[in-house]
Design a protein around this ligand. Structure first.
Ligand code: ATP
Length: 301
């Protein structure tokens, strides 16, 4: 079958749950061989989008194509060729690491002569060769997450869906997983990754799609999004709440956009010439988190 240019695409997709519209006319594309990061505040519709792509949820409107297959009609074929790494760890804890991989190699119909090699490769990717005979309930959280990812790769998919791959893990384990995901990227595997961690998207994604209320509010390479929406530099002021409120009011009166974090106010804009911001505070490079908060009005981790 010819390889489509697009690993997956959604066009005008709508998904309603009763009165709630979880996905509200979504257009999203993952060009083949790229990693797209899906960012959005709680309830933006990221998980629903992931569920639509695995046909666990069926769209009310719009068109979805995955690896050249139309969903939901051809979802079985699409599922067979894609890797899905769920947010919730659903490994079989009574089985060993290797047994979990063997079960999936059967489920994904890896041909018998290729099975041994596929499992060894997955063990290598997960860096769990030494733990092949360990029962899953005796692994650390990070090892389990690595196994969860490797399990989704056992049939060598061209496309992987990663739903919040590092949620709830400590920074060291997160970085280990970033290295793993980066390796998949370098192997040319197409990736759609939902995440709450801005840094994760900034480091791993070729393009980032920011969702809010079931729609795309911005998309592009992280650096381009920052340049477009927050400019080069911002001014961040720390202080007690009353001082922050004052600075915020002054900046807004001067027509500046601001964003508030728990302990600081960030003033957006080019400060060369025309007056400049409050004397206290620091000038720093604008980042994707600034863009996220400006566009969605929400803080995320
Ligand atoms: P989070 O970051 O909190 O996981 P999300 O971006 O993944 O959020 P979704 O889980 O897709 O958001 O939810 C989008 C909206 O759809 C929310 O308002 C949610 O309550 C609603 N929703 C999702 N699944 C269902 C369901 N099965 N039944 C009813 N409402 C649902």
């Amino acid at each position: 079958m010819p390889v489509p240019d697009s690993a997956l695409s959604l066009r005008g997709v709508v998904k309603r749950y009763g009165a709630i519209t979880a996905v509200a006319g979504l257009d999203l594309e993952v060009p083949a061989g790229t990693c797209v990061g899906l960012l959005g505040p709680n309830g933006a519709g990221k998980s629903t989008t992931m569920r639509l792509l695995t046909a666990q949820a069926i769209a009310d409107e719009g068109a979805i194509e995955v690896l050249g297959y139309e969903l939901p009609g051809e979802s079985k074929q699409a599922r067979a060729e894609m890797g899905v790494v769920p947010q919730l760890d659903n490994l079989d804890t009574t089985l060993t690491v290797e047994q979990n991989l063997i079960v999936f190699s059967h489920l994904y119909r890896v041909p018998r002569p290729e099975r041994r090699e596929a499992i060894e490769r997955a063990l290598e990717i997960a860096n769990l060769r030494d733990r092949r005979h360990t029962r899953v309930d005796e692994l650390s959280g990070g090892m389990r997450r690595r196994l969860l990812i490797a399990r989704g790769l056992v049939h060598r998919p061209r496309l992987v869906l990663l739903d919040e791959p590092t949620v709830g893990l400590d920074p060291q384990v997160r970085q280990e997983l970033w290295a793993l995901i980066d390796r998949l990227r370098s192997e040319g595997i197409s990736i759609l990754m939902s995440t709450h961690y801005i840094e994760e998207a900034e480091r791993l994604a070729d393009t980032v799609t920011i969702m809010s209320h079931g729609k795309v509010v911005a998309e592009g390479p992280p650096a381009a999004l920052v340049a477009e929406h927050a400019g080069g530099e911002v001014h961040e002021v720390y202080g007690p709440p009353a001082r922050l409120a004052e600075i915020e009011a002054e900046a807004q009166a001067a027509g500046r956009r601001t964003r508030r974090t728990g302990t600081s106010v960030t003033i957006i804009g080019d400060f060369s010439g025309n007056g400049g911001p409050a004397a206290d505070g620091v000038q720093r490079a604008a980042n994707l988190e600034d863009v996220f908060v400006l566009l969605t009005g929400e803080e995320i981790a």
